[in-house]
Design a binder for this molecule. Structure first.
Ligand code: PEP
Ligand code: MN
Length: 357
């Protein structure tokens, strides 16, 4: 069992933090007017926490890299005129000092920064003794340990109001997502650190304003705590992430469609179904164990007859026939492929152990 983090709930005086917590605002602060107009429209729609990127980590040099500290007084104006809380991304100790100087209420660490332990440590050290909430985005690569490590660094520096932002993971393959959600990672994070709030970032997951609603609903179905959504008064003209930003008005429409499941509902009715699931899982485990025992016998046979373990033709045939069966069983190709690749990997491993005994 790993050492649990010492966490405190993220609360702000006078702000109700019930599910879903919504953080909204432009990808980047561009001009004072853009910031103030966007913020006042969001505030009118009941949004309580404003986001805006001041320093932008861009993949390629030469793109708009944020207005820098010049934009911080604009955020102060947002706070003063709308009463919203303000949040920015920080990537260096300098960013932390500047954000604190201008009364920023909450900061987040971006995905590219989380991937770098030196940068995370520098931010943790700069935040020592400052009691503001810090949200940590998942690293760009699907590495849960790196994400957990970032929480540990902040927590060891005494920061207790921590939360996670799930913004998806970059993949080399073409996909309909900008960053693949890989929901199993935030689910596993929640299993390991149950009292850590998880905020989903459908904007950076999808990269597409038309898909923001769908992913927001999925996050709510999984009982995550909130959403951070990029919103701009004129998305088409945005200086960064134009294709994924929604107007404050569309954001409002999206919020109206969301079905928020009741996480406090008792699970008694589920008991019966869960019993059946337990039984299925027990059967599955027994079958898997039997399959592996047979693999070991095959391993012994191959050893006696001096045959190689990997028989590509047979592996190919297994994958093909099992995937063909998936259609009639109502299982997806993808799922069966993942399952049988894992089963085969374990079989090969078992046979290797037998052959080398
Ligand atoms: C952002 O929130 O604007 C941002 C840069 O996101 P990420 O760190 O997820 O790429
Ligand atoms: Mn962005």
């Amino acid at each position: 069992m790993e050492k649990q983090l010492d966490l405190e709930p993220i609360v702000f005086p006078g702000v109700e933090m019930s599910r879903p917590i919504i953080i909204a605002g432009p990808c980047s602060a561009e001009t004072e007017e853009q910031v103030i107009t966007t913020a006042s429209q969001l505030a009118q729609n009941g949004i309580k926490i404003f986001r805006a990127g001041i320093w932008k980590p861009r993949t390629r040099p030469g793109a708009f890299e944020g207005v820098g500290s010049e934009g911080l007084p604009w955020l102060q104006r947002v706070k003063k005129e709308t009463g919203m809380l303000i949040s920015v991304e920080v990537a260096t100790a300098h960013h932390v000092h500047e954000a604190i100087k201008y009364g920023v209420d909450m900061v987040w660490i971006g995905a590219r920064t989380t991937a770098n332990p030196f940068a995370v440590q520098e931010i943790a050290d700069a935040l020592r003794g400052i009691n503001i909430p810090v949200l940590i985005k998942n690293p760009v690569n699907p590495d849960l340990e790196l994400w957990v490590g970032a929480f540990e660094r902040l927590n060891r520096a005494g920061i207790k109001k921590l939360g996670a932002i799930h913004r998806g993971f970059s993949t080399y393959d073409k996909s309909r997502f900008r960053n693949h959600p890989m929901w199993q990672l935030p689910i596993e994070l929640h299993r390991r650190i149950p009292n850590l709030p998880i905020i989903t970032d459908p904007s950076h997951i999808t990269g597409n304003c038309d898909m923001v609603q769908e992913v927001s609903q999925q996050a709510m179905d999984l009982n995550f705590d909130g959403l951070i959504i990029e919103s701009h008064i004129n998305p088409e003209k945005a200086w960064s992430d134009a294709s994924q930003q929604v107007t404050p008005e569309s954001l409002n429409a999206i919020m109206q469609t969301l079905i928020i499941r009741d996480s406090k509902q008792t699970t008694e009715d589920l008991t019966l179904l869960r019993k059946q699931i337990d039984e299925c899982d027990n059967n599955l485990l027994e079958i898997l164990s039997k399959r592996m025992r047979i693999c070991e016998e095959i391993g012994m046979y191959k050893k006696e007859h001096n045959m190689p373990i990997l028989q590509t033709k047979r592996y190919d045939e297994i994958l093909k026939t099992r995937i063909a069966q998936s259609k009639t069983l109502g299982l997806s190709d993808n799922f069966l492929k993942t399952l049988f690749v894992a089963v085969h990997e374990e079989s090969v491993h078992r046979q290797m152990e037998c052959i080398n005994k």
